[in-house]
Design a binder for this molecule. Structure first.
Ligand SMILES: Cc1ncc(COP(=O)(O)O)c(C=O)c1O
Length: 465
């Protein structure tokens, strides 16, 4: 193996999907039609799609074979029982509630457990978590350790929650106003950084002492467990499965988007221990998602999830997966590109405000960079910054921006090869060389929630500024 390589793919390719790079003119036209929003560009006009690692995994032959064993009975599908047993075996929770994706699990949990004026802390709320809480009048607080906001602090377990801040927060807001505490593993909105077992244990202890339920946003649980095995003292000899079991033993439940670490294209679940709560959640599920043994999923989907959950905790898969992300991060670092450090679990994050220091925050540098990367190489990425999380101050009407202005290059699981990663690195480096020509953007249309998905934007030229 040469110096910059990463562990070999523990699989070979059986089926392929054609991709093609449009000409520069065709890409420019696609941008205009989309209103300069990469979410509105048809995927066939994208060469390398790094928009998300969610629902974009390549399934295995075993998962595809599982699809053919789908039992599509309305009630009591055999695939549900396999799914339930797999989730119980891996995570250790008593009740397993299938949902069509992660945000449905969030919505159901929040509708049953929260009220207007409640407070919910997280290390950093992911956008769907935050939106599903805020739409109910719940106040969201991000309590990740301060170093997470220092993109250059190259420390382990940067996704850890600040325990002192959590204690102070509970003291101030009072436990009765906090329906639960949540921790997101890995911390997607903070560089995809892992959370240590020690931190999960500490949060759990505080919650148990204060009688506040503790939930884990489990989307990337296997990637988080891999970091614990590799870097946290006392875990190197344990299997990923043992580490996962221990992580969730400290929680009262979890919401899961199976579109990440269950290696499927659709699906999710909610898992809890409390019998009474499970009943309420299932009643909500039946009204909104479907009967308790399918919850918005087909039997075949539940089968693919069960098989994916077993594959995702394999050591050689995780070594390759995290190795790929580290490889791309290393190529960009070597070229002097401003990056969030250290390399995380599922994505490489560019520091858009340092990449484009001439673009002020109110002209959305992360947005500009996503457009520039599509222009340069047909690569689709996502801005995680002012457009995603910025909001108006109710008193001054001024826009308040989040601390980090990032562009995420999410790596789909088992999809791209080393040559693709090399091409991505070259495109970013070329874009960096041309950075002074990149312009800011202004909003033409925005929705009241999750505005980045549907916004229409206009490039700020001297002539229209
Ligand atoms: C940390 C985190 N939580 C929740 C979700 C929501 O999951 P879904 O897209 O399946 O609704 C995501 C999706 O990207 C996520 O990254």
């Amino acid at each position: 193996m040469c110096k910059h390589d990463y562990p070999l793919e523990p699989y070979k390719i059986k089926s392929i999907e054609r991709i093609q790079k449009l000409s520069r003119e065709q890409r420019e036209k696609a941008l205009i039609i989309s209103g300069y929003n990469v979410f509105s560009i048809p995927s066939e006009k994208v060469f390398i799609d790094l928009l998300t690692d969610s629902g974009t995994s390549a399934m295995s032959d075993s998962q595809w074979a599982g699809i053919m064993t789908g039992d599509e009975s309305y009630a009591g599908s055999r695939n549900f029982y396999h799914f339930k047993k797999t989730v119980q075996d891996i995570f250790g929770f008593k009740h397993v509630i299938p949902t069509h994706q992660g945000r449905a699990a969030e919505r159901i949990l929040f509708e049953v457990t929260t009220h207007q004026g409640d407070f919910v802390p997280n290390n950093i709320h992911f956008d769907t978590t935050r939106a599903n809480l805020e739409v109910r009048g719940v106040l969201c607080e991000d309590l990740v350790q301060e170093k997470a906001y220092d993109p250059e602090a190259d420390i382990l377990f940067k996704g850890d929650m600040d325990i002192n801040k959590l204690e102070q927060f509970i003291d101030e807001k009072r436990p009765e106003n906090i329906p639960f505490v949540m921790v997101t593993i890995t911390n997607n909105s903070g560089g995809g950084q892992p959370v240590s077992m020690g931190n999960i244990k500490d949060v759990s202890q505080i919650c148990r002492k204060q009688k506040i339920p503790f939930y884990i946003d489990a989307c990337r649980f296997a990637e988080n467990a891999y970091f614990i095995k590799k870097y946290e003292s006392g875990y190197s000899h344990k299997s990923i499965h043992e580490i996962v079991k221990e992580m969730f033993s400290y929680a009262d439940g979890a919401t899961m988007s199976a579109k990440k670490d269950a290696l499927v294209n659709i699906g999710g679940f909610l898992a809890v221990n409390d019998d009474e709560l499970a009943l309420k959640l299932k009643n909500n599920l039946i009204i909104s998602e479907g009967f308790a043994t399918y919850g918005g999923l087909a039997g075949r989907d539940m089968e693919a999830i069960s098989r994916g959950l077993k594959e995702v905790i394999e050591q050689d898969y995780l070594e390759h997966r995290i190795g790929q992300v580290g490889y791309l991060w290393g190529l960009l670092k070597k070229a002097g590109i401003p990056l969030y450090a250290p390399s995380g679990g599922h994505a490489v994050y560019l520091l858009a405000d340092q990449f484009l220091p001439h673009i002020p925050r109110n002209e959305y540098p992360a947005w500009s960079l996503t457009i520039a990367l599509y222009r340069e190489g047909g690569i689709r990425t996502v801005g995680i910054g002012g457009m995603m999380f910025g909001k108006k101050d109710s008193k001054t009407g001024q826009e308040i921006f989040p601390k980090l202005e990032l562009v995420r290059l999410a790596i789909p699981r088992r999809v791209y090869t080393q040559s693709h990663l090399n091409f991505i690195a070259d495109t970013v480096i070329q874009t960096y060389k041309k950075r002074r020509d990149i312009k800011g953007f202004r909003i033409v249309y925005q929705a009241p929630y999750l505005r980045h998905f549907t916004a229409r934007m206009e490039e700020i030229n001297l002539t229209n500024s």
